[in-house]
Design a protein around this ligand. Structure first.
Ligand SMILES: [Zn+2]
Length: 189
């Protein structure tokens, strides 16, 4: 799917909101991503996973690794299309780990997937867990990248959506007296 068509589709689905939002950092932004409006819809996840699978097949991954919770959905669908296993990293006593007896070893070639990347912290944590098991991270794939973060391996990005944000004191929407949007109230019926 072309990036422009994908952005339109995410907008129509309520996954990409335009308005006046307060980010978790406290800064204000004119855009907000509701990633579960993507992940709850197989008719979007399937073609996005197909784009990822097509882009990474040349790296011959043997396993897809993601981060709980959102990444599990994407990872599973990408793995289904590649014919590999799908496992995920979650927190154990506050630290990222493989639980549930998921096995990963030196013969594994891991594709690490993530839905939305901003700082890249969560994705880097997954890469570290993979490498701590002796496995190789052969590629990274993400649906939406919001900051120009790099991972040092071949990376597939389906959509670049740079964050535009302002200190509340400099926010143009605040200056016009526009109230802050609550993304939760804008869920599609
Ligand atoms: Zn504002």
């Amino acid at each position: 799917m072309r990036a422009e068509a994908l952005a339109d589709r995410l907008r129509a689905r309520g996954a990409l909101l335009d308005g006046h939002f307060r980010l978790s950092s406290g800064r204000h932004s004119d855009r907000f991503i509701q990633k579960f409006r993507i992940l709850e819809d197989p008719s979007i996840v399937e073609p996005l996973a197909a784009d990822i699978a097509a882009a990474v097949r040349e790296y011959a991954p043997t396993v897809v690794v993601s981060a709980a919770v959102g990444g599990i959905v994407l990872g599973y669908e990408v793995a289904r299309q590649l014919g590999t296993l799908a496992i995920f990293v979650e927190k154990e006593s506050g630290a990222p780990a493989l639980r549930r007896s998921f096995a990963l070893g030196p013969s594994d070639r891991a594709l690490v997937v993530e839905d939305v990347v901003t700082t890249g912290l969560s994705l880097r944590e997954v890469m570290e867990v993979v490498r701590s098991k002796g496995a190789e991270v052969v590629a990274v794939a993400v649906i939406v990248r919001r900051e120009p973060v790099e991972f040092g391996v071949p990376t597939t990005i389906l959509l670049e959506l740079p964050v535009q944000s302002w200190d509340p004191a400099d926010c143009p929407a605040c200056a016009q007296g526009v109230p802050i949007d609550d993304p939760g109230s804008r869920r599609r019926a």
